[in-house]
Design a protein around this ligand. Structure first.
Ligand SMILES: [Mn+2]
Length: 325
């Protein structure tokens, strides 16, 4: 099917059906939140019954997008029987966590994503790896039917794109994404306000925690690898919720000469989340997949069931071998 044909099928569902469930991946980021809220707003404007779920926590910096209960983070069943499930940002359906409990085989599943290696698990699938954010795709779907973009939708989608492109600077920042962002600004998104909300709302505790992490950063493999370690003790010491540490990983790649940045997030005594960032020329997602994880070429990750120190030692050695192999 051509893009146009898929867009038409999705728009036909938006028009015909009345009961929708929307969801996105565990531990939501800006694209997950902005896309959910924008699509929810759009379907509501068509008079549809919509419930949006996410298995995770809402980071403080995205609270301005989400009014009371517009996204449910709890395992509380919908009050109506959804006919269509729209799954955003998930290469595999397992990424939606508990929300799987609410998706039955008799529902129509629509899978919209921009991650590599999407499993095409939907009844309708639209995957565009070149899209800067899922919000960019949703914008195109809605516009393709001539629908109006309200200021609230524009704000949500703009926030999603600004967040997924790291304020329009990651490798996914395309001419197309600037063009979409421009149209969203025309439709009412305020770039300064959204930027301030997303990128300048750290708590004092988070900034002090960042200071501690930077003070203790380590360079390995002759400066090719930079690592940051976020321990449970650290989170506790500065009173920071792990959901509010998004963006800290970007500091792992700002030192000149560093090819791969790694943030180790201790989640428990035998549980570590490993976040990876790489320079343009290095596909770090291939390494992440070899460890059971995934992601984009320059931003990926995986989880390890081991203690922090062993995970750090093993990962540094393996990434060095990957770089020099
Ligand atoms: Mn995304």
């Amino acid at each position: 099917m051509t893009d146009k044909a898929v867009f038409k099928k999705i728009n036909d569902l938006f028009k015909k059906e009345d009961y929708f469930l929307l969801t996105s991946h565990l531990d939501p980021d800006g694209d997950s939140i902005g896309s959910l809220i924008g699509l929810r707003e759009f379907l509501k404007s068509l008079g549809k019954k919509v419930v949006a779920y996410n298995d995770g926590n809402l980071p403080d910096k995205y609270k301005f997008l989400v009014a009371n209960n517009q996204i449910r983070f709890s395992n509380q069943a919908p009050e109506f029987k959804p006919r269509v499930a729209v799954i955003l940002e998930c290469p595999e359906i397992a990424r939606i966590g508990f929300v799987q409990n609410f998706i039955n085989t008799d529902m129509i599943r629509v899978n919209i994503d921009h991650h590599p290696r999407n499993k095409l698990y939907g009844d309708l699938n639209y995957v565009d790896e070149s899209a800067s954010a899922v919000a960019e795709i949703l914008y195109d779907i809605i516009k393709s039917n001539g629908h109006n973009i309200s200021p609230k939708i524009a704000e949500s989608f703009y926030a999603a794109i600004a967040s997924d492109t790291g304020r329009f600077k990651f490798a996914n920042t395309s001419s197309k994404c600037f063009s979409t962002a421009s149209q969203l600004v025309e439709a009412g998104a305020n770039p300064k306000l959204i930027s301030d909300k997303i990128f300048s709302t750290y708590s004092a505790g988070t900034i002090k925690l960042l200071g501690n992490l930077l003070e203790n950063l380590e360079l390995h493999d002759n400066g090719n690898i930079c690592i940051l370690k976020l321990t449970l003790e650290n989170l506790n010491k500065y009173g920071v919720n792990v959901a509010d540490t998004e963006g800290i990983i970007d500091y792992s790649l700002v030192i000149s000469g560093v090819k791969v940045g790694i943030l180790f997030k201790e989640q428990g005594p035998q549980s570590v989340k490993v976040g990876l960032r790489s320079q343009n020329s290095i596909d770090i997602s291939r390494f992440a997949r070899s460890k059971g994880g995934g992601g984009h070429a320059n931003a990926a990750g995986f989880k390890v069931n081991n203690d922090l120190n062993k995970t750090v030692a093993n990962t540094v050695a393996e990434v060095a071998a990957y770089l020099n192999g």
